[in-house]
Design a protein around this ligand. Structure first.
Ligand SMILES: [Zn+2]
Length: 461
């Protein structure tokens, strides 16, 4: 099978989570609001309605472009892409074809570079819903006009695992740069894969030198809506195309849909000629000079964040979790003072994510006192939640923890459980842990367990 080479290029749509839509003031809430409530004449494309560019969306795309070392053109513009579909009220989509906002760009995963061809900023369409008995369909235009970034990669992938890893990393990037949650289940990120398989013997030497040229018949697979689905769809297509080639069957340039339940792709249409969208410049929008767009947002990629956390000697397994849970900035902030502090903060944060909401001085107090007081994780969580809820200073809450009269509680437990104490003294040693548990329960988990054991031991001997 190794003589067959898989090549995949990706087209990934990500909805930008701006407050309002791309070309009007309607709320960017595709599914949270009642159907067809976030709409206006611009969304509907009514005659005379004029679109306005959402600067926030443009800034987000520039932020991404800078982070991945892409070329941002000096000027950009939008075109009309004409086609008919019921979820597209205007009969055209405002898109970009001449000067996309992002040109080129590289995303590195585990030391391997993956190249973007370009990414352009357009608007999303509405959403069709079909009645189960297929008697009628309904359309919700709340999503029509939501800013949508289409990211087109080079045919740079040669394994299903790499494709999946790239999509996962792209989601992390969107989250780190505060562009989108890129949630696939909610349709905030949607993937299409162009998949081809070619027998390697058929390649000429020039093609062999450049793996990006290893292309066979391009099959486009749509409607993939999970990371696992991407991996499965690519594997399935490799298998299907490889078998066809082995049997001497002809492969068609076609569009197929991924059916996750059946675990296979199904042909939708065979492409005879490319669709003609009759692009022309959007007459209602100006050419935009991008030099006036200054974006102060963070440009750090997850890969750079990983490296910075590794420098603080934070555990490898913890690093990705910190980034995924949005704890990077908090940990780095403490890390600027002291790496040990940052490592402790990372541990507390992963156990209790609310920790990052505490003011910095209180985070430090908690970390410094935690060890000394022997706080359990349950108790630490209680203190953090209590501090956030009541606004009480951490130091006050810690004092309360410190002031428990542990000796009295130990005495109380010994009085309360005479039978168990007697049995323990007779040699039934497992009961020691039972007594420790009783003390811990009485302190609601606030006591230092080592201290409890010591006190109990002393009292019982
Ligand atoms: Zn609108």
């Amino acid at each position: 099978m190794s003589e067959y080479k898989l090549t995949v290029g990706l087209e990934i749509h990500v909805e930008l989570e701006t407050k309002t839509k791309m070309f009007c003031g309607c709320l960017n809430e595709p599914f949270e609001s009642a159907p067809n409530t976030n709409v206006c004449p611009v969304c509907y494309g009514l005659p005379g309605a004029l679109p306005l560019i959402n600067k926030e969306a443009v800034k987000m795309v520039i932020r991404l472009g800078r982070a991945i070392n892409a070329t941002i053109p000096e000027k950009t513009q939008w075109e009309r892409k004409n086609y008919f579909y019921p979820d597209l009220p205007k009969g055209y989509q405002i898109s970009q074809s001449v000067a996309p906002l992002i040109q080129g760009g590289v995303i590195t995963i585990n030391g391997v570079d993956h190249h973007l061809d370009h990414a352009h900023l357009e608007e999303d369409a509405g959403k069709l819903m079909h009645a189960p008995d297929k008697s009628h369909s309904m359309v919700n235009y709340n999503r029509a006009g939501v800013p949508l970034l289409e990211i087109v990669t080079k045919p740079d992938f040669h394994s299903a695992e790499d494709v999946k890893a790239f999509c996962q990393e792209l989601q992390r990037i969107m989250r780190s740069l505060k562009i989108s949650s890129a949630d696939m289940e909610k349709g905030r990120m949607r993937c299409e894969a162009n998949i081809s398989v070619k027998k390697v013997e058929e390649l000429n030497p020039g093609e062999l030198r450049s793996l990006t040229k290893v292309l066979g018949t391009k099959v486009e697979v749509k409607n993939i809506n999970s990371f696992r689905g991407i991996e499965r769809a690519v594997k399935y297509e490799f298998d299907r195309q490889y078998r066809a080639l082995e049997n001497g069957d002809k492969l068609f340039q076609e569009t197929r849909t991924w059916n996750d339940d059946q675990g296979k792709t199904i042909s939708m249409r065979v492409k005879e000629t490319g669709a003609d969208y009759r692009y022309f410049p959007e007459p209602d929008l100006p050419v935009v000079d991008l030099s006036s767009f200054v974006d102060e947002g963070t440009h750090l990629l997850p890969d750079e964040q990983r490296k910075m956390l590794a420098k603080l000697e934070i555990h490898n397994e913890a690093i990705q979790a910190i980034i995924d849970k949005d704890g990077f900035e908090m940990v780095m902030e403490l890390g600027r003072e002291n790496a040990q502090l940052a490592r402790e903060a990372a541990k507390v944060f992963l156990a209790v994510p609310e920790f990052s909401q505490l003011p910095k001085d209180q985070q430090k107090q908690l970390i410094e006192k935690k060890e000394e007081l022997g706080l359990t994780s349950t108790r630490t969580k209680e203190i953090i939640i209590e501090a956030l809820k009541s606004g009480t200073e951490i130091s006050k809450l810690l004092e309360q923890s410190d002031s428990i009269d542990l000796a009295a509680i130990v005495d109380q437990v010994i009085t309360d459980f005479p039978k168990e104490v007697a049995q323990y003294k007779d040699g039934k040693e497992v009961l020691f842990n039972f007594l420790v548990g009783q003390v811990m329960a009485k302190t609601k988990g606030q006591a230092n367990i080592a201290q409890v054991r010591e006190l109990l031991q002393n009292q019982l001997s």
